[in-house]
Design a protein around this ligand. Structure first.
Ligand code: EPU
Length: 416
């Protein structure tokens, strides 16, 4: 398996263009199955999670064609067969086939999804939603058979505003009879993107982006077009990097309001950002002061950026804290960061205390998961000397062309 090798300490300048959002694309692709005709999805990132979903579509006999970042999916000849475990466990988002195939064929057979091991990640709320719509669920070890004679709209209250459960219930409900109301729904921008896609097909979804989503069932979903929104986590990753090493570095093709929870914290630490309509520029690196972060559901500070802000906090003067509230196991990157010279203490896997500012030194480290891996890239670019990162397959799951994008702004980084 290849590794990433980085020579740290170089300033970065120029422009980084952000790709389509992983967490939207991975739901839009399974959602395409619901359509009775062909759909076109633009701005699809080239990442291994998307390739894994395309494999599942092909297994189901859908026709998938890709030209650059445009993916066309034709579901005319889909055969609703069991999705084997080797395909479902390649990624978390394979679970969106549960909602999509249940919604269309009233039956789905598959295995528990995969994804980064950042916590327990149960799917009880997805299943609660399917049951409320009238489905029966047989669950044995990792295997699920979910089926219904007919799906009927219902009111579903989510104990936690889960992104996955909100999307999966929308997918199952678009063709159900009558009205479904999801209460305490997740409000992430990706949910609005999926609802827009389904509405473009002819679904009747209202309230996406708020805590109450209403879905009026329809019989037929027609051909349509959707563009994947910019990846706010990729944008945040490069913005954090720009705050540490940028010299007139521009992060473009983004929606700045989607990352206000991050930009407001960077500004509080002393970063000077020039925020424009669809890009943000960091002109020069300054001295920064310690800040406190607490992860929350959107529009709060995203858990997905928590691991990425850790390298930034090592460069802030004073004691910063990070409290993780979404996942039970999302500080795995700290051990690797400390190896490079950081001084970070983790309490009960819930709180990290970062004593800054500390110099970082190049070392041999591992990507522990997707965002933890990208966080090690930031550490490597910042550190004195050479860093090598292994287990980089985690990073390639969610970052489109990361090595080339970084080389283009002057980073000394390569795949070895
Ligand atoms: N949860 C339950 N029961 C459920 C569903 C969720 O207890 O049925 C819990 C989870 O265990 C977690 C919390 O609720 O503690 C939030 O989970 P959520 O369902 O919102 O997350 P997800 O849908 O599994 C998506 C992203 C994650 C991102 C989270 C939160 C995808 C494929 N994944 O996961 O992305 O962290 O929302 O924003 O969309 C990443 O990109 O690195 C990543 C992990």
């Amino acid at each position: 398996m290849s590794k990433i090798k980085i020579e740290g300490g170089h300033l970065l300048s120029g422009n980084i263009t952000i790709s389509g959002a992983k967490n939207s694309a991975v739901a839009l692709i399974p959602a395409a199955i619901l359509c009775d005709e062909q759909v076109t999805i633009a701005n699809v990132p080239n990442i291994s999670d998307v390739q894994a979903l395309e494999e599942i579509l092909t297994h189901l006999n859908a026709k998938v064609t890709r030209q650059d970042n445009i993916v066309k999916i034709d579901s005319h000849n889909v055969i609703n067969k069991k999705i084997p475990e080797n395909l479902s466990k390649k990624l978390r988002a394979s679970y969106y086939f549960m909602g999509a195939l249940l919604g269309k064929y009233k039956k789905i057979e598959m295995y528990f999804p995969g994804g980064c091991s950042i916590g327990k990640r149960p799917i009880n709320l997805h299943l609660k939603g399917f049951k409320a719509l009238g489905a029966k669920i047989l669950e044995k070890d990792n295997y699920f058979l979910i089926e219904a004679d007919e799906l009927k709209g219902n009111k579903i209250y989510l104990d936690i505003p889960s992104v996955g459960a909100t999307i999966n219930i929308m997918l199952a409900a678009v063709k159900a009879q009558g009205k479904t109301v999801i209460k305490n729904a997740a409000k992430e921008p990706e949910i609005v993107n999926i609802a827009t896609f389904l509405n473009n097909m002819g679904a009747k979804i209202k309230g996406a982006g708020t805590g109450t989503i209403t879905i009026e069932g329809v019989d037929y979903l027609h051909s349509c077009f959707i563009e994947v929104i910019p990846d706010r986590i990729e944008a945040g990753t490069y913005l954090i990097l720009a705050s540490l090493l940028g010299k007139n570095l521009k992060i473009s093709k983004i929606i700045p309001s989607h990352i206000e929870s991050l930009t407001s914290k960077l500004i509080e630490a002393g970063v000077q950002l020039q925020i424009n309509d669809d890009n943000i520029v960091v002109k020069e690196v300054k001295e920064y002061k310690a800040i406190n972060i607490k992860t929350q559901e959107y529009p709060g500070f995203p858990t997905d950026l928590q691991q990425l802000i850790i390298p930034f906090l090592t460069q802030c003067e004073g004691i910063s804290t990070v409290i993780e509230t979404i996942y039970e196991n999302r500080f795995q990157n700290i051990k690797e960061t400390n190896k490079m010279g950081a001084n970070i203490e983790v309490k009960d896997n819930k709180k990290a205390i970062i004593n800054g500012k500390t110099k970082l030194y190049g070392k041999e480290v591992s990507a522990t998961d997707l965002r933890g891996g990208a966080s090690m890239i930031i550490c490597g670019l910042l550190a004195e000397g050479i860093t090598t990162i292994d287990e980089i397959h985690y990073i390639l799951r969610g970052y489109d062309d990361i090595v080339t994008k970084l080389q283009n702004i002057g980073a000394k980084i390569e795949l070895i």
